[in-house]
Ligand binder design. Sequence first.
Ligand code: SAM
Length: 223
Amino acid sequence: LLSLVIADAALETVPRSIVKHPSVTRDAARKDMHAEHMLLDRSYHHAAMLKLKDASRRGRPDLVHFALLEATSTPLYVKNMLRVYVHTITDSVIIIHENVRLPKSYFRFEGVMEELFKSKNVQFDGKMLMELKGISFPDLIGRIKPELVVGLSRLGVKSSAEEVARIAGNDSLLVVGGFPRGHFSPAVSREIDHMHSINEQSLEAHVVIARILYECEKVLEKK
Ligand SMILES: C[S@@+](CC[C@H](N)C(=O)[O-])C[C@H]1O[C@@H](n2cnc3c(N)ncnc32)[C@H](O)[C@@H]1O
């Protein structure tokens, strides 16, 4: 089965080291929540984030929302021909189960993710929709055991999306970054067998996901 991982994703709850910062406490009061249960979000916590390591790559849950909506709306996912995972920058993995329909509204997506970080899973009508595991990217590869790990990056070998889909075939893991700038962490890069660039420009993750999965769909449907 084909798998997609949104890797090093800028999705996490507010780190303990900044829970007392005024920009965080103000937001927690507005939402009537414990600060550590909120998603870290650069649009609200920018001042507090200046203290964090790797700050420019963190606090963008909106990017993950777009990327997941794109992936879970594709025919491949709807027909159970694609497994979808999110690997976060703080080394957690979200397993998206089959037939999940994510909220289109960001406000509701945020609520679902906050619930997931708190309870480690989200269920509906007794059916598991999402699980959160404290595992690293190499551990995830060890579980999925793909034939090939295919990374997408502007720094990869120039290829068309169609070529990437043909190389990936049926049993690969596609890796797209879930961060606003920069490149994959060394732990993720080390696991990638082939790195491809599908455009001279840097594209948004959801655009790359749409283009690649459409080509994969055509390749897999010919089989
Ligand atoms: C906003 S980009 C991250 C910025 C990074 N400078 C880059 O260009 O790869 C998010 C993700 O989209 C994918 N991506 C962006 N541009 C790409 C390109 N030209 N070819 C292949 N993948 C690309 C990569 O997986 C990247 O991690």
